[in-house]
Design a protein around this ligand. Structure first.
Ligand code: SF4
Length: 112
């Protein structure tokens, strides 16, 4: 009970502890990695895309004969895909990942 009164008191006296987001732009902390973005134009249409799948330990990147799929629902934002040479993946400082449907988290790139 004493602890609960302490929390109550701190709530009344602590003032605002949140930011004004989304009315004001949120300043991201230094070193914030962000989320991966795939750049289809940087994928070699004749090359192997397997290295991207191998780099992604939680299996957010899947490669088939005709497609590369990035599933942000499985992504842990580790940034390993962005370290694969060629720059087909970059990490972008975006934290607004909410979507209205599971499918909106999935990007599919087709081999031309
Ligand atoms: S950031 Fe990590 S988990 Fe996410 S797609 Fe890239 S390698 Fe996979």
């Amino acid at each position: 009970m004493h602890d609960m009164l302490g929390w109550f008191y701190r709530g009344l006296t602590g003032g605002r502890v949140t930011t004004r987001y989304p009315q004001r732009e949120e300043r991201l902390p230094e070193g914030f990695r962000g989320r991966p973005v795939v750049h289809p134009e940087r994928l070699d249409p004749e090359g192997s895309w397997e290295e991207y799948e191998r780099a992604c330990l939680p299996g957010a990147i899947r490669v088939s004969e005709k497609t590369l799929t990035l599933d942000l629902g499985r992504c842990i934002c580790c940034g390993l895909c962005a370290s694969v040479p060629g720059g087909a993946f970059t990490m972008e400082p975006d934290f607004e990942l909410a979507v209205s449907g599971r499918g909106d988290l999935v990007t599919v790139v087709h081999r031309d």
